[in-house]
Design a binder for this molecule. Structure first.
Ligand code: ADP
Length: 242
């Protein structure tokens, strides 16, 4: 018993966000997220790539003092990659929990980044975790994991990317409380770039202005606008004299 408790503790500690991530709020999203978390509502953070979705989730995990387990989803991902699988070993098999299962057991915030990238049969495994059941069936293991009271599911979703072939099922989407994100307005973005890259605010404002102008070209030759992430990268290069 003592051993399992110790194991639990270290697991949790390992996923804690120890240092406050720098996050510049764009509105009242911090208070809204706290309300969603209090009710353990599943959250969907919507918005274009590089606009601060992941940073926001990291910040909230830190603020709430909860462990955070992030999974970058891709098209090769299967349900086993989330839930877990049996491993073959010299003297038999051993079950290994996937990241979603670990999060449900230890009471972490599980952030599935770009969930649409995963195959649709993968996304349905999250359904029982998003309603009153708050459970995760491990079919292959014959176990149903009841989610820890602190567990919360968060997914990110980029509406711009989706084609008809690849979109979240309506039955999945409607299970989440949506947070609509977009690139920050010019003054906020300049502040973010200055802080992140450690450059002068006036220079950051110029770079942000270029990005804002570039975003207007979306659909006229540019598929995606210039993201805040890209502006931060550019600012880093400028700081180094490029
Ligand atoms: P995504 O929306 O793709 O998850 P990220 O959260 O990774 O984007 O943000 C990309 C980068 O942009 C971050 O690493 C950070 O430098 C910067 N950034 C964007 N928005 C913010 C913000 N509100 N506060 C602080 N940094 C931000």
């Amino acid at each position: 018993m003592a051993l399992t408790m110790e194991h639990d503790m270290t697991d949790k500690e390992q996923y804690k966000v120890h240092k406050e991530p720098y996050y510049q709020p764009q509105g009242n999203e911090v208070a809204l997220y706290e309300a969603a978390y209090r009710n353990r509502l599943p959250v969907m953070v919507k918005g274009p790539t590089g606009c601060g979705k992941s940073r926001f989730v990291e910040y909230m995990a830190w603020k709430l003092g909860k462990p955070l387990i992030t999974v970058a989803c891709n098209e090769d991902m299967t349900a086993s990659d989330l839930v877990g699988r049996y491993l073959l070993e010299a003297n038999g098999t051993r079950w290994l929990d996937g990241p979603l299962t670990t999060a449900a057991r230890i009471g972490a915030i599980c952030y599935l980044d770009e969930i649409v990238e995963a195959r649709q049969d993968t996304t349905v495994v999250i359904h029982p975790l998003t309603d009153h059941r708050r459970s995760l069936p491990l079919d292959k293991k014959g176990e149903v994991v009841a989610a820890h009271p602190d567990f919360q599911l968060v997914i990110s979703y980029n509406p711009g990317y989706q084609s008809l072939m690849k979109d979240l099922k309506q039955s999945t989407k409607q299970r989440f409380t949506a947070f609509d994100f977009d690139y920050p307005e010019a003054a906020l973005e300049a502040g973010i770039v200055a802080t992140e890259a450690g450059i002068e605010l006036t220079l950051a404002a110029q770079l942000a202005k270029v990005a804002q102008a570039g975003r207007n070209l979306k659909g006229h030759g540019l598929d995606e606008g210039i993201s805040t992430r890209l502006v931060v990268y550019a600012a880093n290069l400028v700081r180094q004299g490029v």
